[in-house]
Design a protein. Structure first.
Length: 753
């Protein structure tokens, strides 16, 4: 019969297809038929069409743990179901159904209700429930403070809790409807409930060679009353050879009236190791009501046999100097849980290491420590001295009962350091130089030089920059071949030769010295300058300057600077002198001791006065000056002129003679004296001018004019009367303090009628 599929069904199937084709983590039926809202019972498989297909193609296997187990009545038991894919990977969001078969004892108490859809887990009744595998990992907490009974659930698992108040068997069918293979989508579980509880003996630890009793406790769970007659079988699974007191590696005993089943385990020979013990509990058969014997539980415990242990460690001074101390520390330990007896330590020091003392005292290199308790330790210290260089390996050994022994060694390297010192310094210096010192201290031996100290006492006349006269340096420890450098500087207060010695010391009486000598000299410049004492204005003035090094050291970068006096102007300089800003400078370079240089400079005297010319010579660490004075004078030059106002003159008339004196020179002319002599053909009328004049006969004498400045002009007049005809001569004579003789001047005048 052909049936048409309606639109709703087609839509639902399409959603199923979408839900199953994309991701195996999706819950296939969760995408199709469940509705939102409250929890409601839902179908296990999709509607018509999807029902007959492998609609969850990823789910292929269902596992449940445990498959069969025994629990006391009135307790609860958790069953865990896992839905897996073909690779064994757990799948989330898969439906699981839990069914307790009719006729079984027990009830479903709780089921996994993980999820948020309306179809999340729910219990239909005490025999049937539905859940879905988890999307995430969870921990199922029993609700108490004991974390040991918590159950860890992984993604893809779900759970169901069952219980029973009475004895019997719960037959549970666990069903995963998403698995297409009918042979794989169901798991059958059995849970046996008995009114019995048990306690297996805990694991124990004992010394080797002793015996140990195992006790298993069996009682009713409902009221705790002991159960008598239960058969408890103990079996040695592995470990050291041993047997139970009943004989052999397996023993079966019945619980007594106290519900306890006891058995004793003995070692065949003392030996360390662990015996794992398997324990089975069987409820005896009840022949009166035809009940067969029932296996209640299987458990395990262990018995660990421990023996004493012994261990030794030895520590020593890793390196020492010849004659130095070498210390040893020996520690003996018993790391076991039982005592070690008859413990003896032996240590024989090698040649080159001399025994000094020990604690506790030694008996010929041996120490008897007696019994060492479990976890205990003992320490021996040895003081010794190194007597020669070398590498010394020293071993200490320990023995104890039961054939216990151990050994440990350590090594000491004995060396002998040696000091060497190198010192360098500035060999030639001036008083203005810094004297540099460098000292290298080196360990030329094969062992470390310890507490190395450097000292250098400077001789008188030398001092460090801070004024100290000694150097102290703590170099510390120098490894073999290692060197350290110390630098310092000093200055000298006077010339001379200075030798100082640096000394290095170290522990063990080590020392070394090195000396260095510095010659301290000083340059000394001297400068002289020569030139004319007197020069005249407008003339050149030449100077010679001589610079000499009178010291015992060369002058470095010597220069000479001549400052020109005011009123002069630079004309020339020899030897490369350079004029600038009123000074002339020469670069003289280096002058060796006793060497001198002479240069010249010429200036022009522009004004009258006394010129003081100063020159300064400078070089590193020395300086000198010189000065010379030159008087610059002016040159007086007076001009005498005499003219007549009228020429010729008629007899009876008067004529005026003008006498003019002009200073054409560059210096004043002083005490100018004028005397005029009137010609015989005339007679004196009057006189006047710069000074007053008086006549005596035909001679007119004027009072002296005190000073006539350069370029200044003065004049006098003499009036005469012409008395007779003739070619006459009017004469004038001039004297000054600057003239060495008189100056005469005449003026001719023609008198007529």
């Amino acid at each position: 019969m052909n049936r048409k599929v309606g639109p709703v069904l087609l839509a639902a199937m399409a959603i199923v297809a979408l839900g199953t084709a994309g991701c195996r983590n999706h819950m296939p039926h969760g995408w199709t038929w469940p509705a939102g809202g409250d929890i409601v019972p839902s179908h296990a498989k999709p509607p018509e069409g999807g029902y007959y297909t492998n609609w969850d193609k990823y789910a292929v296997e269902l596992t449940v743990e445990p498959i069969e187990s025994v629990n006391p009545v009135m307790t609860q038991h958790v069953l865990i179901a896992t839905v897996k894919d073909e690779n064994g990977k757990p799948l989330p969001n898969r439906r699981v159904e839990w069914i307790i078969s009719e006729g079984s004892v027990g009830d479903i108490v709780e089921v996994d209700e993980s999820g948020w859809r309306a179809s999340r887990g729910y219990k239909v009744d005490n025999s049937y429930a539905v859940s879905h595998t988890n999307n995430y990992d969870h921990v199922l907490d029993m609700g108490n403070d004991d974390p040991s009974d918590d159950i860890a659930l992984t993604k893809g698992q779900s759970w169901c809790v069952i219980t029973s108040p009475i004895e019997g068997t719960s037959n549970i069918t666990v069903y995963a409807p998403g698995i297409y293979d009918w042979a794989k989508h169901k798991v059958f579980v059995k849970k046996h409930w008995y009114d019995v509880q048990w306690t297996f003996p805990p694991p124990a630890t004992n010394p080797i060679g002793t015996s140990h009793e195992f006790v298993t406790d069996v009682s009713r769970y409902s009221d705790g009353a002991p159960l008598e007659g239960y058969m408890v079988t103990y079996k040695i699974v592995d470990g050291p050879s041993g047997s139970f007191s009943q004989g052999g590696s397996t023993a079966t005993v019945r619980t007594g009236a106290d519900g306890l089943a006891r058995v004793t385990l003995n070692q065949a020979t003392p030996a360390e190791g662990t015996n794992n013990i398997e324990i089975d509990i069987m409820r005896p058969a009840n022949e009166s009501c035809c009940e067969p014997a029932v296996h209640i539980a299987t458990g395990y415990t262990s018995k660990t046999w421990i023996g004493p242990e012994i261990a030794i460690t030895k520590e020593c001074t890793p390196s020492a100097l010849v004659g130095g101390d070498v210390n040893y520390t020996i520690t003996v330990t018993n790391p076991s849980q039982v005592a070690a007896d008859n413990v003896t330590v032996t240590d024989n020091l090698p040649a080159g290491i001399q025994f000094v003392s020990s604690n506790p005292p030694s008996s010929g290199g041996s120490w008897s420590l007696g019994s060492l308790p479990a976890g205990g330790s003992a320490t021996i210290t040895i003081a010794a001295r190194a007597t020669q260089i070398g590498t010394f390996d020293n071993c200490a050994s320990v023995t104890a009962m039961h054939g216990l022994s151990d050994q440990d060694c350590c090594q000491t390297v004995v060396t002998a350091p040696a000091l060497a010192i190198e010192k360098t310094c500035t060999q030639q210096a001036t008083l203005c130089d810094t004297i540099e010192y460098e000292v290298i201290v080196r360990n030329t031996g094969d062992g470390p030089a310890q507490n190395v100290q450097l000292a250098d006492q400077l001789p008188a006349g030398l001092a460090l920059s801070d004024g100290r006269t000694s150097v102290q340096a703590n170099i510390g420890t120098l490894a073999p071949g290692e060197a350290k450098r110390v630098r310092y500087s000093a200055t000298a207060s006077s010339v001379g030769t200075y030798t100082n010695t640096a000394r290095a010391t170290a522990d063990g009486g080590l020392s070394a010295e090195a000396s260095c000598t510095t010659t301290v000299s000083s340059p000394s410049l001297q400068v002289t300058k020569t030139g004319p004492d007197v020069r005249y204005v407008g003339r050149d003035v030449s100077y010679q300057i001589t610079v000499s090094n009178n010291g015992d050291a060369p002058t470095r970068d010597a220069t000479l600077v001549d400052t020109l006096p005011s009123g002069t102007s630079f004309v020339s300089a020899t030897d490369g002198g350079s004029a600038s800003g009123g000074t002339v400078t020469w670069s003289l370079g280096t002058l060796q001791p006793g060497q001198s240089r002479t240069v010249g400079v010429t200036v022009k005297a522009n004004t009258v006065g006394v010129y003081r010319n100063t020159v300064v010579a400078r070089a590193f660490c020395t300086e000198a000056t010189a000065e010379v004075s030159t008087t610059v004078k002016g040159i007086p030059a007076v001009l005498l002129e005499v003219v007549d106002v009228e020429d010729p003159d008629e007899i009876g008339t008067t004529d005026q003679y003008i006498i003019t004196v002009t200073n054409q020179g560059s210096a004043p002319d002083t005490n100018i004296r004028i005397v005029a002599t009137i010609q015989p053909e005339a007679s004196f009328v009057s006189a006047g001018g710069a000074t007053n004049g008086s006549a005596s006969g035909n001679v007119v004498t004027f009072e002296p004019y005190p000073s006539l400045a350069p370029k200044q002009k003065i004049s006098w007049t003499v009036v005469v009367k012409a008395n007779q005809t003739g070619d006459t001569r009017f004469a004038v004579e001039m004297n000054t303090d600057e003239l060495t003789g008189p100056v005469n001047e005449t003026e001719s005048t023609r008198f007529y009628e």
